[in-house]
Ligand binder design. Structure first.
Ligand code: PEP
Length: 249
């Protein structure tokens, strides 16, 4: 049975007191669930968030990390630094990191390796842009992101991998991939993994959908057989909305 996950990507939102407020609300509003629930405050608020959620089942995860263990990389954060404050999961390859910070598949492959070497769990994001979908290239683009960023990873490490399919045209736009489009791509992702590895690996990996998931559409998206949860942006910043999305899983 695959793990279900609902993860909030807070991006560059919420200062220290706002973070504490939102976490307090989430602790009281998130319903009991067998799914894993994650939140990702900004780096400067991670340590406090870990302390605040110490007795909660909500996991605090990071939005990014560097591939090096330490050294002359001004402004960067390593796996060791994250683990030293209790963070064991990192989101990598979000489309905003790819678009605004030049992160490509080759760099992401190094980050994936660094996280796995540290025994961290990776949520790897990928997805096509609007022009790819319009041109009918979305499957090709996703396949190439997976091959170049992830498929060098040994099969034994896949227990630490979570995938997040996020069509770029649906992120923060209010435009959601239809549940059928999400299902079609998630099924394709599993086929691609099965071809590169095997059916067991393909069937066990959790694949999240991300892109304008809201309380109003979460039920329908999560009802699709190959959608194992969501990576939530805007709606993760509103306690009632995030709680409703968790309830939908
Ligand atoms: C995201 O940033 O990962 C995301 C899915 O954002 P939104 O839900 O706001 O589209």
């Amino acid at each position: 049975m695959r793990k279900k996950i609902v993860a909030g990507n807070w991006k560059m939102n919420k200062n220290s007191s706002e973070t504490a407020d939102l976490l307090t609300q989430l602790m009281s509003k998130i319903p009991d669930t067998t799914a894993e629930v994650m939140v990702s405050p900004t780096f400067v608020n991670l340590a406090e968030a870990v302390k605040q959620l110490a007795d909660s089942s909500i996991e605090v995860v990071a939005q990014n990390m560097h591939f090096a263990e330490k050294g002359a990389y001004t402004g960067e954060i390593s796996s060791n630094m994250l683990q030293s404050i209790g963070i064991e999961t990192v989101i990598l390859g979000h489309s905003e990191r790819r678009a605004y910070f030049g992160e490509d598949d080759a760099l992401l492959a190094k980050k994936v390796d660094a996280a796995l070497k540290a025994n961290m769990r990776v949520i790897l994001c990928f997805g096509e842009e609007l022009q790819d979908r319009k041109g009918g290239d979305h499957f090709k683009v996703v396949e190439s992101q997976l091959k170049n960023g992830l498929f060098h990873v040994d099969k034994s490490q896949w227990g630490k991998i979570v995938l997040a399919y996020e069509p770029v045209w649906a992120i923060g736009t209010g435009e959601t991939a239809s549940p059928e489009q999400a299902q079609e791509m998630h099924a394709f992702i599993r086929e691609t993994i099965a071809a590169a590895y095997d059916q067991d690996t393909a069937q066990i990996v959790t694949i999240l959908y991300g892109g304008s998931v809201k309380p109003a559409n979460a039920n329908e998206i999560f009802s699709k057989p190959d959608v194992d949860g969501g990576l939530i942006g805007g709606a993760a910043l509103v306690a009632d909305d995030f709680a409703a999305i968790v309830a939908a899983i």
